[in-house]
Write a protein that binds this ligand. Structure first.
Ligand SMILES: Cc1cc2nc3c(=O)[nH]c(=O)nc-3n(C[C@H](O)[C@H](O)[C@H](O)COP(=O)(O)O)c2cc1C
Length: 237
């Protein structure tokens, strides 16, 4: 395994892979790395679909517009921002806390209360009516109080979930690189058809990206990597 900084600096979006099998152990390691990423409220608002059988890959590749990384990858990872999982996740965390001696009754009650408030804050309600009311209320409060704005509309919620999903994706790509395999994140896909194929609901799910995973083809020559210089990227205050 490479060191993490080495994996970060060596990772490239690889466009052509050669056929290799990704072992179950390796699959588990890179998926584990993904779910160890930080997430807002530790809500882990995502679900990953790992596509490896030839039949499924052919369908998904077509929905990834036939892109070369998808065509040649050993596996395709579809990262989905998942709002449906939120209640079950906080319930599971609560059960986990109850099973551990480190958490006092008071801590558990605190978490229960926060989870309940979170559920109310994060609920856009039918036709987004509740979300619009919340937005108005928080906007007024913010006129005199320093405060963060919770996601109010469904669009805000997806934006919120996409941040944590993207961090998980980056963890996955770095872990893959450290283990000697390569990746290409892809936004070029037919989201409507791919969602339908996976049986997702537009109310709760949004595909964030598809990641092609495999071993870089020996014949593939990467273009030099360009980045803006630091002073064009960073403001130091
Ligand atoms: C969100 C996102 C979407 C991307 N979509 C595609 C894509 O659809 N097809 C593709 O070939 N590369 C895609 N890329 C890869 C970028 O083109 C690539 O990361 C960028 O050019 C920098 O190259 P490097 O990662 O090798 O440094 C995507 C990257 C990101 C982060």
């Amino acid at each position: 395994m490479k060191g993490i900084p080495e994996a970060i600096f060596q990772r490239r979006a690889v466009k052509v892979f050669e056929p290799v099998e990704i072992s179950e152990g390796m699959r588990e390691q890179i998926l584990n790395a993904a779910r160890h990423a930080p997430s807002s409220f530790n809500a882990q608002p995502y679900r990953f679909y790992w596509v490896e059988t030839a039949k499924e890959k052919t369908v998904v590749t077509k929905l990834c517009l036939g892109q070369m990384p998808a065509q040649t990858a050993s596996a395709l990872l579809i990262a989905v921002a998942d709002l449906e999982s939120l209640t079950a996740t906080s319930q599971r965390q609560l059960e986990w806390m109850r099973s551990r001696s480190e958490f006092s009754e008071e801590k558990i009650r605190d978490y229960e209360r926060t989870a309940k408030i979170g559920r109310i804050l994060f609920m856009p309600g039918p036709f987004g009516i509740f979300g619009a009311m919340k937005w108005g209320l928080f906007w007024l409060l913010n006129l005199w109080k320093v405060m963060g704005m919770p996601p109010t509309s469904r669009q805000d919620l997806f934006k919120w979930a996409t941040k944590s999903t993207s961090l998980a994706c980056e963890n996955l790509m770095i872990a893959a690189e450290a283990l000697g395999i390569n990746t290409c994140p892809m936004e070029g896909f037919d989201g409507r058809r791919l969602s339908k194929y996976l049986g997702l609901s537009a109310r709760y799910h949004e595909i964030v990206m598809v990641i092609a995973i495999g071993k870089k083809s020996r014949a593939y020559v990467e273009p030099p990597q360009w980045r803006r210089p630091l002073d064009a990227t960073v403001t130091i205050l």
